[in-house]
Design a protein around this ligand. Structure first.
Ligand code: HEC
Length: 188
């Protein structure tokens, strides 16, 4: 008898779930936001997932100025549409996406290993792409190095630091000006 009740309840739960999906009750529209408790739950899921998976990643030195500026040039080309830059508060993409991409010229994640993990693997169902399949670790660490500095940059410093130099991406030539400290970016 008890077994029949358990099977009945399980069947009702499965049927309810199937109905929920097929009746289109969940609204996937990006312009209708999650409830606060659901959003908080998803944030916790994301933060725990990132924290656990980035454990044990060894962080290389991130204060080399040539590395920072090559990461800056990549950031400027690939990331600003969503994550903005000093002096730009909003873009069509950043305003329209949900969850909204954080403005990385204002906030910085404390742990560079986590930042690296996010850039390499992306974040499911958020629009944050995984850059690992198309970029090597060195290039992604350069972006991490740049992101450590980004919130301190003025629009002018940003422009200088993200300018692509001819020898960026070219392994056969000695860097000419890529390793020169940029204004405000000298090592302490
Ligand atoms: C199409 C838009 C888009 C592009 C392009 C994009 N991102 Fe993101 N990114 C997102 C979104 C959306 C999130 C927030 C995800 C969330 O809230 O779960 C995010 C989150 C992040 C975070 C985590 C911020 C934090 O501390 O919580 C980092 C770091 C990041 N992106 C770096 C980058 C870098 C570097 C690039 C370029 C190589 C890039 N992103 C390109 C959409 C984008």
């Amino acid at each position: 008898m008890q077994k029949k009740i358990v099977i009945g309840i399980a069947a009702a739960v499965v049927l309810g779930a199937v109905l929920f999906v097929y009746a289109g009750i969940f609204n996937v529209a990006a312009d209708e936001h999650h409830s606060k408790p659901f959003y908080a739950l998803m944030e916790t899921v994301r933060e725990r997932s990132i924290a656990v998976r980035s454990r044990g990643i060894l962080v290389p030195p991130l204060d080399d100025s040539a590395m920072i500026s090559s990461g800056g040039a990549d950031y400027n080309e690939m990331c600003t549409g969503c994550h903005l830059r000093p002096g730009i508060q909003e873009s069509e993409l950043s305003a329209a996406m949900y969850p909204q991409p954080p403005n990385l010229s204002q906030i910085r994640r404390k742990d560079p290993a986590q930042t690296f993990w996010i850039i390499k693997h992306g974040i499911k169902m958020s629009g944050m792409p995984a850059w690992g399949p198309t970029h090597d670790d060195q290039r992604m660490w350069a972006m991490v190095a740049f992101l450590q500095r980004l919130p301190e940059l003025t629009p002018e410093q940003y422009q200088i630091l993200t300018a692509r130099t001819d020898d960026d991406m070219d392994d056969h030539e000695e860097p000419s000006n890529g390793s020169k400290p940029m204004p405000g970016m000298e090592h302490k």
